[in-house]
Design a protein. Sequence first.
Length: 250
Amino acid sequence: MRRTCIALNKTRLSPALATFALLLLSSCSPATAAPLSRASESLQMANSLIAKNNHRKALSYLDRAIELDPKSAEAYCQRGYVHFSLEEIELAELDLNKAISLDPRMAEAYFQRARVYGEKGKVDLALSESAKGIALSGGKCRSHWFQDRAAWYAQKGDNAHAIEEYSRSIQADPKDFWPYFFRASIYYKTGSYSKAISDLNIAAKPPSNVSLGRIRSLRAQCYDKLGQHDLAAKDRKEANSDALKQMADF
């Protein structure tokens, strides 16, 4: 930076170039860099707390990050997410609106705002907003984005699109077993009992974290619909046993 300053002193610059040079110097000055560095540190600390589900404590670090860097779309987006997690829906929407105004191409902000709309019962708006997020993501979509979209379609009674979104969720993360269970539930509602059983069998495989009791109860209903009552009875017995074990653990 000292060499740049010397060069500027010895060279006559055009007004436009001189202005650019001054902006460059000011952007690199310690007075500007220090707050931005502290803002980045606060954001990192907040993200660490969010990962530990300590959302309330993370909020103070996000407030500080925004105070230090009011143009940080990421900080506004994260604070919007935290407000949503704390069921502070209106505050979440305000922060997400701000994040998008600062960075109109931030896919995560659109999807988080879609969740706000979904929570408010604005399902069509949630689907539209989440579609924008997916389009901006460049193919880097998280499995739960599609799961939320599937749930919104299910609320509308659009089971075909719900199944399609659960399938996209599985494609995005085949190791997430919940979409198999949820898709099985839709298959059951639409009378596709064999497909439901197939999904439930996958959802039951280790290291699945889906409750075996829930899987067996739904699978028993599918077996009954198919007239396979012996298999249904077996699943129900095991589901009841699972429930008793859980009660004993408490």
